[in-house]
Design a protein. Sequence first.
Length: 90
Amino acid sequence: MKGRYLEVTYRKGKPLAAYLYLPRRDGDTVARSEPAAAEMVVDYTADGRAIGVELLAPVTMRLDQLNHVLSGLGVDDLTPQDASPLLAAV
């Protein structure tokens, strides 16, 4: 199983989008995506496991909102240190 990590995409030095990869198994693919909160979309496998959260507007993302979504998915909160690549960019 691969651990979670945060990937931030930049354009002209500003964060354009971000994706929080959640633990997944080899071969997992996105079967469906659902809006979870303002500017957040959760990706699920065919068997219903959440494998990622897309942050469509990372400059307006609040860590407490993201952690609320993660709690609803049964995933540990993201710490400020975990989110530092994103928080430093905003």
